[in-house]
Design a protein around this ligand. Structure first.
Ligand code: HEM
Length: 483
């Protein structure tokens, strides 16, 4: 709900900026028309030249003589890519697996082939870099993803060790209990709402905080800290916009820094429950409790977890509600059976394949070659993972939600790679599959769910925003009485 409100605010800000630019341009034209025929003529000529240049640049075969890939760099493509979920598939069908487009002024080479993408990242490691989010600059040594190699070696190792298999195992029951509690409440609300169904977003948001605060902090924080930390997450979530980090995001980092320093300091860290990410970090590096880089990263990871796993749970709920037969196979398997675990994983993988694996971006820092095309410095590369996950072969009837495709079949990493392609692969992959697996297990065994109302998937107005189920999604959820 809050994320939706933030999204709405961003959309309004974007629309307001466009309106302002249009209003200023109109005012200049009106002024020139009234006061200066020479200025008006100059503006008309400049506008005419702009139109011709933009039209020339928009041709799908522009740059062919310089070995650029096919595809239009026009503004229309840029806007279509934001609003049309099938945009990249359409370009693939038109131009092949390597094509170009633009994200506003920024040219992008798109590669719809995980194997080619992986090979490119390996071959051109030096010439392809990550584009940092502004919030990273507010953390002394930056966010892990964008750190310099020496810092990356230290902090990546620290956090990867803290998100251990043992930690996830220790919290497995908690994940299931929290999912059960939240779904029982949602089922009661659904019962009361009768035919109208319920909006599951607030329940998923609450579930995420309950589970993640436990996994991240265990007993190292006080119950009253929950509201403060939730506020910090919302603040930091508002900072991932273009340009500078927002003042609200900066304040969130400061508040969180102060809180974690206090909690690490006040003795709880020494005697408390160490089955948490923060506990693991303090055990490995006791001075991390006073290290703003470790603390800032902890907050960014927490917010990334809330956003990405929460989004995945929403897609799981929608996909399962759309095809209730998909969870029948789990109901047939005995609780705790290894087979049940595999079937749960199939639902998670199929949801990742269809709904929440999207892309890998890099900036080109020196000219590179992609499939015989020459890509200049300054372009972006976009490895289109989501579109590669919709190819037949290897995925038969790729648009159909069919978890059974993963039963008894392991796709190679060049066919299915939702969590990244190189050394920057996802740090939260196991956390994601553990939390979402517990959710699927509880949902499948104890509840029936179906869609009552729905709309088209939605996203923010940035090319890197993730698609989410419609805010109009309403579900009917009922208990199966087998708990
Ligand atoms: C639906 C769940 C998720 C998906 C599909 C996902 C996907 C990805 C992908 C594709 C990458 C590679 C990006 C690149 O190479 O540019 C990545 C990296 C990363 N992810 Fe995730 N992610 C998910 C959840 C999470 C969670 C829960 C966390 C927090 C613990 C997280 C933290 C990170 C970090 C820190 C990196 C960069 C790692 C590095 O640079 O070494 N992700 N993720």
């Amino acid at each position: 709900m809050l994320a939706a409100r933030r999204e709405l605010r961003e959309q309004l800000r974007f629309a307001a900026t466009l309106a302002l630019v249009a209003a200023v341009a109109l005012a200049v034209v009106i002024w020139a028309a009234a006061r200066s025929p020479i200025a008006l003529r100059s503006i008309s000529i400049a506008a005419g030249i702009c139109v011709v240049v933009l039209a020339w640049r928009s041709r799908p075969d522009s740059g062919r003589s310089r070995s650029r890939p096919p595809g239009s760099l026009g503004l229309k493509n840029s806007l279509d890519a934001i609003v049309d979920r099938s945009f990249y598939m359409g370009q693939l069908q038109r131009h092949g697996r390597v094509f170009k487009m633009a994200q506003f002024h920024q040219p992008v080479v798109c590669i719809v082939d995980i194997g080619k993408g992986r090979e490119l990242l390996k071959r051109e490691t030096e010439n392809l870099v990550l584009a940092p989010l502004p919030i990273s600059a507010e953390i002394p040594r930056g966010f892990i993803r964008y750190m310099k190699p020496d810092d990356y070696a230290v902090y990546s190792q620290l956090f990867r060790s803290a998100f251990s298999e043992a930690l996830l195992e220790a919290n497995r029951e908690l994940m299931r209990d929290a999912a059960r509690r939240e779904l029982v409440e949602l089922a009661a609300a659904s019962d009361a709402a009768s035919h109208a169904g319920v909006d599951p977003r607030r329940s998923i948001e609450r579930l995420m905080f309950t589970v993640l605060l436990r996994i991240y902090f265990g007993d190292l924080i006080e119950p009253s800290d929950r509201g403060v930390i939730e506020g910090c997450c919302r603040g930091i979530g508002s900072g991932n916009t273009i340009g500078r980090a927002s003042p609200r995001a900066r304040r969130a980092l400061q508040t969180f820094d102060k809180l974690i320093r206090e909690r690490s300091n006040d003795g709880l860290a020494a005697h408390g429950d160490h089955s948490s990410v923060l506990g693991g970090i303090l055990r490995l590096k006791p001075e991390a409790g006073a290290d703003s880089t470790a603390i800032g990263n902890l907050l960014l990871l927490l917010e990334a977890s809330r956003d990405s796993i929460g989004g995945l749970l929403m897609w799981i709920l929608k996909n399962v509600a759309d095809s209730p037969e998909s969870i029948e196979m789990i109901r047939g398997a005995r609780d705790g059976d290894a087979r049940a675990g595999e079937l749960i994983e199939c639902i998670v993988f199929e949801t990742l394949r269809l709904a929440q694996s999207e892309y890998v971006y890099r900036i080109v820092t020196r000219p590179i070659e992609v499939d015989g095309f020459e890509i200049p410095k300054g372009w972006l590369t976009r490895i289109c993972v989501a579109e590669a996950h919709r190819q037949d072969p290897p995925f038969d009837r790729p648009e159909v939600f069919d978890p059974a495709r993963f039963v008894n079949r392991r796709f190679s990493s060049n066919e299915f790679s939702p969590f990244g392609l190189d050394q920057h692969a996802c740090l939260g992959a196991q956390l994601t599959t553990s939390v979402s697996g517990a959710f699927v297990d509880v949902l499948a065994r104890n509840f029936d769910v179906r869609v009552v109302a729905d709309g088209a998937p939605e996203r923010g107005n940035r090319h890197w925003n993730h698609w989410r189920p419609s805010s109009e999604l309403r579900i009917a959820l009922s208990r199966r009485g087998t708990e």
